[in-house]
Design a binder for this molecule. Structure first.
Ligand code: GDD
Ligand code: MG
Length: 325
């Protein structure tokens, strides 16, 4: 079986880091968020098609250098952003029936094997994983009948128009035939333009009880990182050699943090240097970044090769080596 993974969007809310690095490659709890998404796939899914656009070349090079285990990946990129539906149409030729559809920016412990079993038991045309949230405004919202069939689906409704608190969690199973109904060659929102018209064919909601976060903003990305560490998905969690403080931390190769201190929930990429008496907590520090002596970094995203000066205080900051493209 194949998965179709949507990897577009400019990551505007994670700038300036995303001028260089597509958001899907930002590491959280030790590896790019995209790879945490791929980890959810059961062994039955052995191939994936990446529908890429923004920084497709960066994604392709990374995937070639770090092939995801148990998965044969092909990438199909768009010259212009085609939206979620347009991206599916552009990349989905020969995907097979059914296929798994994944957004690439949601961190969860979704039970995809359970989702597939449910989809088959219902004889469904499509099945969406649903997660319950208080504020549904940024999401697609589903109303279910007593048999878990989706009766209504509204993308990003005003609160008064939201039919429930169950949102599209960005993990689904669809019949291949859904692709033929997507117009070719223009931008299409799958959720707005296509999903409502499929409901008559039997689309179901599979309610998830576990954790879930859309990692599209710095605050949410760091929350997703905490969830992953707490779920034991951040490696062994130990601190760099000759540093002090509290883990968990995910530490890359060649990190030098002698004499530095840490608070919980930190990712340090390859070759990161944290000088003596600096303190880092609840943050992501990407490959090759440098944190000067005595600096404090809390709740921040530090991009590849960024340099933070000695004694600086960074709280809730997003810093890149090149602050502009
Ligand atoms: N190939 C391609 N081309 N992919 C795209 C494009 C595009 O033009 N635009 C967005 N994507 C990818 C994103 O990378 C992401 O993985 C996925 O499609 C969803 O796009 P977002 O831009 O992140 O949408 P959203 O977060 O506002 O809403 C979506 O996700 C919610 C859950 O987080 C919808 O699917 C909602 O229904 C859902 O609730
Ligand atoms: Mg999103």
């Amino acid at each position: 079986m194949q998965a179709l993974v949507l990897i577009g969007g400019f990551g505007t809310r994670l700038r300036p880091v995303t001028y260089e690095l597509p958001k899907q490659l930002i590491p959280i709890a030790g590896k790019p968020m995209l790879y945490h998404v791929l980890d959810l796939l059961p062994r039955e899914v052995d191939r994936a098609v990446f529908a890429t656009g923004y920084k497709a070349d960066v994604i392709e090079a990374y995937v070639r250098a770090h092939p995801p285990p148990h998965l044969q990946v092909t990438t199909v990129s768009e010259a212009e952003p085609l939206g979620t539906g347009g991206g599916m149409r552009n990349a989905g030729d020969g995907i097979g029936d059914p296929f798994v559809l994944l957004n690439s920016d949601v961190i969860s412990d979704a039970d995809v094997a359970g989702l597939l079993a449910f989809h088959r038991a219902k004889g469904a045309y499509g099945t969406m994983l649903l997660h319950e949230v208080e504020d549904t405004r940024p999401y697609g919202v589903a109303a279910l009948d007593p048999n878990d069939r989706i009766e209504r689906f509204v993308e990003k409704p005003e609160p008064r128009d939201a039919p429930s608190h169950w949102i599209n969690a960005g993990v689904a199973v669809w019949s291949e035939t859904v692709l033929a109904g997507i117009p070719k060659g223009r931008a299409v929102s799958f959720e707005r333009e296509i999903v409502p018209g499929t409901l008559g064919r039997g689309v179901y909601g599979f309610r998830s009880a576990g954790f879930w976060e859309d990692a599209g903003t710095p605050e949410r990305l760091l929350r997703a990182q905490r969830l992953l560490f707490d779920a034991g998905r951040g490696g062994d969690g130990s601190l760099p050699a000759a540093s002090t403080g509290l883990g968990p931390a995910a530490v890359g190769r060649g990190v030098d943090a002698r004499g530095a201190s840490f608070g919980p929930y930190v990712t340090l990429g390859d070759g990161v240097v944290v000088e003596r008496d600096a303190h880092v907590e609840n943050s992501v520090v990407m490959d090759g970044a440098f944190i000067g002596a005595g600096a404090t970094v809390v709740g921040s995203l530090i991009g590849p090769k960024a340099r933070l000066s000695a004694g600086g205080r960074y709280e809730g900051a997003v810093i890149a080596a090149e602050p502009r493209p």
